[in-house]
Structures are given as structure tokens and as C-alpha cells.
Design a protein. Sequence first.
Lengths: 348, 1037
Amino acid sequence: MSFSDGASKSSSKSSTKPTYSRFTQQELPACKPILTPALVMATFIVIGITFIPIGLSHLSASENVVELVDQYDEVCIPADSPDPDVVYSKRIGYIQDETTDKTCIRTLIVPKKMKQPIFVYYQLDQFYQNHRRYVKSRNDEQYRDPSASAKTTNCEPEAQLSEGQPIVPCGLIAWSLFNDTYTLSRNDVALPINKKGIAWESDRTHKFGDNVYSKNFQNRSLIGGGKLIDNIPLNQQEDLLVWMRTAALPNFRKLYGRIETDLEVNEIIKVVIQNNYNTYSFNGKKKLVISTTTWIGGKNDFLGMVYIIVGGVCLLIALVFITVYLIKPRPLGDPSYLSWNKNPASVQ
Amino acid sequence: MKRYVYINDENLAKDIYCDNRISNRKYTIWNFLPKNLWEQFSRFMNQYFLLIACLQLWSLITPVNPASTWGPLIFIFAVSASKEAWDDYNRYLLDKKANEKEVWIVRQGIRKLIQAQDICIGNIVWLRENDEVPCDLVLLGTADPQGFCYVETAALDGETDLKTRSIPSACMGIDGVIECPSPDKDIRRFDANMRLFPPFLDNDVFPLTIKNTLLQSCYLRNTEWACGVAVYTVEDFYHVCVEMIRGICGIGNQTKLGMCRGIPEPKLTAVDAMIDKLTGAIFVFQIVVVIVLGIAGNVWKDTEGRKLWYVRYPKEGPWYELLVIPLRFELLCSIMIPISIKVSLDLVKSLYAKFIDWDDQMVDPETGIRSNATNTAISEDLGQVEYILTDKTGTLTENKMIFKRCCISGRFYGNESGDALTDAQLLNDVSTGSADVIKFLKVMAICNTVIPVRSKSGTISYKALSQDEEALVCAASRLRMIFENKNGNILDIKFNASPLRYEVLDTLEFTSDRKRMSVVVRDCQSGEIFLLSKGADETILPLTYTGQQVRTFAEAVEQYAQMGLRTLCLAWRKLDEGEYQEWASMFKEANSTLVDREWRVAEVCQRLEHDLEILGVAAIEDRLQEGVPETIETLRKAGINFWMLTGDKMNTAIQIALSCNFVSPEPKGQLLIIDGKTEDEVCRSLERVLLTTRITESEPKDVAFVVDGWALEIALKHYRKAFTELAILSRTAICCRVTPSQKAQLVELLKLCDYRTLAIGDGGNDVRMIQQADIGVGISGREGLQAARAADYSIGSVSGTSLFNSVSLMAYNVFYTSVPVLVSVLDKDLSERTAIVVFVITIHSYAFEKSEMEEVAMVALSGCIWLQAFVVALETNSFTILQHLAIWGNLLGFYVINWIVSAIPASGMYTIMFRLCKQPSYWVTMILIVATGMGPVLALKYLRYTYRSSKINILQQAERLGGPILSLGIIEPQSRSPLDKDLAPLSITQPKNRTSVYEPLLSESPSATRRSIGPAQRFDYFQSQSPLASTYTRKDN
């Protein structure tokens, strides 16, 4: 019966007049900015003027960061063969052999005075912590809750022993824990590295439980990376916590520890490295990084450079616009530019 | 296929024709879910989203939580399903109410009360005054001794006049059979026969026409009671089956009303079509990407991936291993087609439609009818119209006919005063009783189907279907020939206080093919029989008796047409009794044919309409709507092409066209006429016109072509290609003498050339055109609601404010409000390019020790959100409080939500947002992302804006600079759509002031961009900062 309905609607329409509002009548106050030359040029000039100082301060902050980088994967392994395939297999044989002593000694020279706190990082290149299989292979509930130790969902293939006992902490990330160690000394005096408080506060308090202990970890025939100490709760083994904050990019640095004394210029630092971790299978690099920080964090010239470039380009654009505007001014809103007005037929 | 309805015999009827239960429901409780889902999934986009959602259930490949797709998908489906369900429930309630309404039926002479749904075919239904007719009935008896009753058919055809219905002439019996055609939807035809069972009158077959029926949902008026036999009921099982097999429809409503309710073809807008195309293209692109990346991924996995010992690829994967990577890429790519696009589009469109409904400026002040957007899906197309096809009567003109001049037997009346009714000569002739004048007046008063209704105070008003007839009858009564009463077939007329009485014997009805109508009347005093005819000159003038000079009349017609008046020729002839009787039986026979009745009747009518004596020519003025010339002028300046399609004479059409600025007068304009009676003539004329048009294209000349229905028919049939070219070249066209189907054909022609068309009309003859056009606008005016019902938009009748004002306003509003949405819909390329910026900056600024996954993800996401806010802000043309809320609120909301999530220890994001917000480098990165992302965009946009302006930019600039685009530009800075404000005072306070404030119908479609300015303004106005007062003065002249 919608016909009669329709008819009655039309007759009642006049009575059901909607209440007036500025919204329904589309009369809301509006401002309609248009791109006038002045506005656009001013915008570009302002961007240019503000960006260049920001970029400069960034660069100088980055410049103040003292950074020592030492790539040790190549030098800490014996390989003396012209054939790369032979080198490759030899290296793998070396790193997978548990019995050999993998100690490696490196000396570093401090280029500039480094004020404490000084951060010690390890840097891995070509390590895909962001790989899908890898990044999903964890179970946060198991790490947090001691009663949930049997929960190993998502942890495959590092979930359970063959007899069915769960591995704590389960998953590929924990299993591949980085296990190179560095011992620093200065003038034959040990330089202590503080490894407390290198993990996130929230990870220690919430993400990992303080009474969760590792169980059956690295107990299978295939051993991935570092081992854990079974009688220390997970949240105190901060290397694990740092490692389990997976990196988004294949080249990443992770905090190893902190040096809480200043280092002077030209001081020689001896580093004893236990080169345990296998990056040779996938031709990854390992680096030891000792660095100070400023307000921008570690050394990073990128932001500063881009700020300066963007600021410069903006000024340039503004300049070009001004020149063009001066050479060839063009009135805004001139209706004679309307195409149908160009048609002589309708020009009056 | 015929059906036989046995009156009052239930046993026969029961098996085949079922009860009268109305069911407009699309679903039942049981089939709702499957049917609705099936319907929704018949759309490609929905299928695509379902596929993606299903893939996401496979945890091995899904990159995100399946809820992120399932949620929106289920939401979309739930919204549209519940809308459907709600509509269906309301239909059910309406049905129930109608089904359970109690009606009287007569059975074996006893009145019984039954529910409407139990009416069977063959039942005799008894109705009282003001009852609604429950199903299609054939009248058997009424309270009126003459067998007449009146019905109001407003619900059926929108016509508010009362229509007479009569019982078949010899129907007093109770048993009989009615032979009627199978149900169809023509509400103006019912060709059936009735045979009564106790055969008296020699087993005569009585013809039944629509005049003998009461159709469902009409109301019985002015009649105490009526009864009829049910011939078509609602639920007609037999026919449902037949029709299902034919695949015509699934709903079993067989009454005329039910059949009428066709399902109009859904209309796709340009944006919809574009999105559909884009979706398809993106899908193909996606497949290519997925295949390429999938192969690359698998290769990498097998060479490099296996070396990553910490990933521990299994040595032997399952059989589907190769598929995993491509499918993952597919899921990652699935965001290329955002699921939200359809939802936001639909929401926004219905909002536009609501805006149109709400708009106070589009209320007809006289009748208070609001505009109504029936089709909510096509609002944005209003801004992209390139061709407007308009009906003349009732659209350009007011359809208030006024008798202005006449020419009676060679004398012209009304030429001096401009109004025949005040012409002293005519009044004098009337009072002296000049025979020709009296005959003329009699034809004016009698030859019609008008019903006089005497109100309680004694004044007579006329209810007429045709405005022309009403004008004639009113004029006749002003000239003392007063049509007083119609009692069945008896007409009472008073001339100079002396009563005259005529009996109408037959009515030879008006059809658009015949273009004339006649009545056969008997003078009750003298018993003489006359044929009175009126009609278009070309159908009446050839029918004169040999010897009559028609030249004066032809000249009169010509002269009146030049003035833009509608002309009607009035003629009569005295009939012999014998000739009439002979003809009457033929007429009766023709009227009772079931096949091709209309044609047969027309043929028979022609046998009587000859040797007429022309009495005179009446000229009727059809006044132009307020503001029409200015509107057309401005719309044309805005680059919209205008076509006028009318049934009027060529001369009348041209005159109207000239007077409403449709074409410019010589020497600026040039009219090219395509005519000819034969194919060759038309062909030659068409080629000539085409040639001229091509030549003049570059000249400053307005070229319009004029074509009449006959030539159009030939052109469309044989020279379609040439005609199409002409249609594209020519900005203006006048098509006269066209039929409704030709109107629709023209629309189709333009649509085939990929133009956006808008059709406006008010009458039933415009319905097809309106349905065919991309956008149909119906005016609920004086010609009934038919057009409005078929249209996508209906507006109240248009006196007071100009119709075109409303339309342009509509388009304007829609366009302005649509910009932000279009931005959000169309900024695809932008976001993809800037996403790279975000990515590069993020990974570099968050390198090394800071590259923790959650943090980097959050930085990148914030970067996107920031950029998006600024991009949208840059693309938004007008900021109201809503836009500010949407853009900056979105940004703020992002932070609020993330802070909340970061405060939940169990979430993976715990503390992330707080950590980031504390880092200076986070904010530095954000600023950099915004600057780097926006800088080039801004520069490019500025360059384009200033040096390669699109039309829309110029218009914005002009508007911003306070140009007089808005004739009252001063209000502009604060008003969102300034026109609304401008119009308000004008239309209310100065109804006679022909000020039309036309608004820019802005659009970026290739040729559809337009600018509108006030009528008398010239373009130099644009630059001048004209103050309010000067604008006013200029416009008033």
C-alpha cells in the first residue's frame, strides 16, 4: 500500500517541516581559504626559516655523540681460503663447534672524550628479527604468568620437548638469544659493564613475570643461541628482555650494557669477545658499538640533514614562486580564464 | 490471455484465482537471511570483501587480526540488512492493516462483512461513500439512479479531480461472466466484455472499459454506495505462477495498482561507475602484484630464507606451501580497496539527499510541498549535469492556462486589449447573440470532460483533467455561457440566464495520437444531434467540409503561435439521426474489442470526424514560470546544454524558446529547422543543418536546431549517426510535437554519448523521460503526481521561486558538501606517494637502537595520521565547524585512543605511546613528515591553482575575492552556501522581482563546469567589488 502512503506523505509534507537548524540548511559559518600567492610564499618561507635551525641543532647534537664501532665477525674467525664456499663451510663448522675456544681480542681507541653514561650495544646486520615466522613465535602469557608455563601456542617449532614438556621461555625469539659476550678493560684494569636496567621498565615489571623461571630451555639437540640461568627469574635476565623486543629492521642495535665512567681521548680499550653467535650462515655482520647519547639519542645525521635540505628547498621554492610572480603576475579569480568564456560565442 | 470471472460464483473462482491478501513483503522470516545475504553478495565489492575476510581466518597467512575485516563487513551487512528488515516490517504492518480491513460483500442478496483479504474473484463488493476500494472491481450498481459514481484516483495516478464511473449500461443481473484480459499495469485501459447469464437483450456482450471499473486504492466519493464484482484481486495464485515462469515479477499483486508499481532500473552515478571501474582495475593490479611478489617471495625463501637458521623453515612443507606467500601478499594488498569506501559513500549520499529534503529554500511557498529526494544514491551527479532536457508545459511554464484571444469566423478578438475576455467587441457580440459566437461558446463549454462542482455557497468550480479544458470552460462562463451541472450524461448550461440542456451521447476521447477530442451531443429541446470537436489545428483543419475557407483560421493559428500561445481549433457538425445510429453501433463494437482497442476506436472516431465546420480558434496563454529566462540564460552560460522537448506546435515552441532565452534572437542566434515529410527531405534538411552547425561552431553565434516529432522519428530511425553528431555539436535544441517515447529516446541518445542528463518534467508524458535520464526531477505540480513518483527528485510546484533556481541550488549544495568526501575517496594516489615519505623518514629516524618494532610501527602510523589530516585540510575548500572537528578531532582522537591502549598492561602496546611522546625526536619526525609530505603537494597545488587553474579554482577565487558571483556577495564570507541566504529575502519579499540568483554548479567533470551569474550581470561584474545596492539596481532592470 505504499502508493496511498506516498500520497499521504506528500500531503502531510507541509506539516512535517523539519526544525530549522543551520546544519540542515547548510548555513554553517565557514571559512574558505584559497591559495593566494602571499599565503603560499609565506608558508614556504616560514618552513624554510624554522627548519634550517632545527636541522643545524640536530646535526650538532649528532656531531657531539661519540661513537666507536667495531665490526668483529670477519676478524674473529679463522678463514684463509681463496674459495668463498670453503670459507663459508669452514666458518660454519667453526661457529657450530661447541668445543673450540672462540675468544677474540680487539683493541679500540677512544677518539674523543666520552662522558658517562656510555652505552655498549651489539649491532647485527642482515638479521631479520622482523621475519613473520620469527616475530610471531612467542607467547607473552607464558612469560608473564608462572601458572601458564604449559601454554606454548604460536611457539612452534620451539614449543615443547619431544616428550611433551613445555619449553619456558618458548618460541624462536628466545631460542635464538644473542650470546656473544664482551669484557672490557682499560690499561689492564677491568672496565665494568653494568647490565642492570638495560631492558624496558615495563618489560621487567609487566611483560615478564618475576617468578617465571626458564625450563627445558636449549635442551634439545638443536641449540639456537644463548642459554638462560634456570634459577633466576626471567625478568632479571635482562639480555633476554632486550633481545625479545624485536627490531623492525634487519640492521639493528641492542643495548648490551652501560659503562658508568668517563673515557678519555686516546685511551686504549681492550675488548675480549666470546664470539659464539652464528651470523655466518646468512652472511650477517656483527658489530660492537660504544656510544654516548644526547637529546636526540644516538648518532643520527639523517634528521638533521633532511631538515636542512627541506628547509633549503622550501626557501628555494618560495624564491622561485616570488620570481615567477613578479615576472608573470596572474590575477586570481579572473573569469576570462574560464574556458567557456574563451569561446567567443558567449563573450559579450 | 483472457480470464473469465463468474460473478458471484465462488466455486468456479476458487480453484484458479485466489484471495485478496496483500503482500508487499520482499522477505519472510525464514528466507530473510539467505535472501538478503544473497542480494548483498551479488555485488562485486561485497564478494571481494568476503573473500578477503575468509582468507584472513587462516591464521597462517593473515597479517592482521581477522576482526579488522570481519568487523566492518558485518557492520555493513548488519546495517543494510536491518534497514531492509525494517522496511519490510513496515510493509508487513501496512499489509496487515489493509488485509484485515472489513468490507461488505453481497452473497445471495445478503450483505456480509468479511476481511479484505478474503475477497475472491467474482465476489460482489459493496462500498459506501469515502470507502477505499479493496481490489479492482467492475461496477455493477450505484446509489445513483443513472448508474454513476465518482471516484478519486489520487493514490493511483496522482490526479485529484473526481472521475465519473458508470455501471455497464445493461447491468441489473446477478450472474454473468466477465471476459477480461490478463492483468496488466495500464491504469487507463480496461478492455473487457461482460455477458450476463440469464441472457436478456439477446445475449448481448457489453463492453467494459476503464469507466466501468473501480480500481484498488481509489476512494469512492459523492456517491452513497456502489457495488462491483471483483475481477482482479491481489494475490492471484494462478497468475503468480504464470508470471513467475515468465520471470516478470515475484510479487503476486495483480491489481492495476500492483502491476503499476514497476521496479525502476537502478541508476548509477558517475562516481559509482568510476569506483566500480577503479575497483576492477585495482583488483587486476592487485593480482599482478600478488603474482610477481609471490614468485619473488618464494624464490627468496628457498635461496636466502633457508639460510636464516633462527627462522627454522621446515625441510618439507605442506602441499600448499607455495600458495602461502602469494596469499599473504593478497591480504596485504587488500587494503588497496578500502572497505569503508562504500559505507562512507552511502552515508554521505543519504545525507545529501536529506539536505535536499530539508532545504527551506526549496519549499514551494504556495503549496508548502518540500523537495523530496527519492533516490538517495545519485545526489553527487547533480553537479555534473551536462544536458538538461526539459518539458515545456508546467516546467518552463506555469501550466496555468488562461484563455487570451480567439478568432471566431474570421474576426479577431482580444488583439487590442490582449485579453479576449475584456474585449468590448466580443462582449457586445455575446450580448447581441451572434450565432457564430454562441456556437463557439457552446463548444467551449460542452466539448470537454470537465465536471462542475457546486460548492455550498453556490459558486461553481470545475474539476478538469486538462488545464486547457478548464481554461476554456472558465472563459465560457465568463462570457455568460455557464456550464452549470453535469448529471450523468445530461449537461445543464445557462446562456444569458436561459437554460440549455444537452445529452452527451458519446465521447470521442483525446489521445496524444489523435490530438483532438469530440463529443456527440443531443440538444434536449430540438433533439438534434451535433458533433463538437476541438483539437490541434493540424488535425482539425484538414477535416473541414469542402468549401470552407480555412485560411483565416490558419493565419490566426500562425499569429497566435508567434505570440507563444497555445491554439485550439473548435469545430462542429450537425449529424443525421441515421448516420449517428450507424456510427454508434460501430463505435460500440470497437469499444468492446479486446485487442488493439485504442487503435480501433481511433479508426471509428475518424469516420465521424469529417466535414467539420470550423468555428474558430482559441488561444490560450501558458505563462512562463518566474525567473525562467534568467535561469536558462545563466545555466547556458555555465555551459549546460539545454533541450526543450514539448508536444506543442513548432511555432509556439520557438516563441517560448525565444521568450525564455532559450535561443538568442537574430542576428546573434540562428535557428536551424529540420523538417520534411519524407525520408529524403529529412535527410537533406538534416545534412544542411549539420553543415551549418559545423561551420558556425567557431563563430560567435548561438545555433539551435528545431526538429518536429515527425522528422525526429525519421532522423532517429534512419540517420541516427548524423543526428547524434548534431546533438553533440549543438548546445540547444527544440523538439516539438514529440511523444513521450521520443522524449525517452532522446535522453537515451545523449546518454549513449556519455553525457550526464537531467530531465525535468511534471506530467505523465514526462515519466518515461524522467526514468530514462541519469537524474530525473519531477515536479509535483498541477498535472498530478505521476512524474514526481517516477522521479529521483521531486519538488513542489514552482511558482514563486524559480524551479531552476532550486535545481541549481540543489546541485550547488551537493557539490560544496561533497568536496571533503570526494577528497577522502579520491586521494588514493596522494596517500600512496606520501606513504613512501612516511616510511623512508621513519626507518631512518628510528634506525638502530631505536628500531623496536612496536615503536617504529607507531611512529609510521602517527606519521600517516598527521599527513592525512593535513592533506584533507589542504583539499578542503570550505571549513565549517564540522570540518574542523573531523580533521583535528581525528588527530586528537588518535592520540587519546592510543594513550588509553598504552595504559593497559596486557596490551602489546603497553607504554609505547607514552615513551614516544616523551622523545623529542618523535615530534621532530612528525613535523618532518608533514613538511616533506605536504611541501610538494602544496607547491604543485599552488602552481596548478594559479597558473593552470581549473574552472573551479577560478570560481573559488572569484567568490573569495568578493566578486558578485553571488549577486549579494557581501553575505558570503560567513555563509556556507551563500545562495541560500540570498534567496530567502528575494523570494519572500519580492515575488515579482525577477531576480534569480544562480549559483555556481561547480564540478570538475570535463565539460560540465559552470558558472552562473545574475541575469543582467555581465562578466565584467566579476572583477568589480560591487556593493549590495548596485547589484540590486542592476538586476532590477
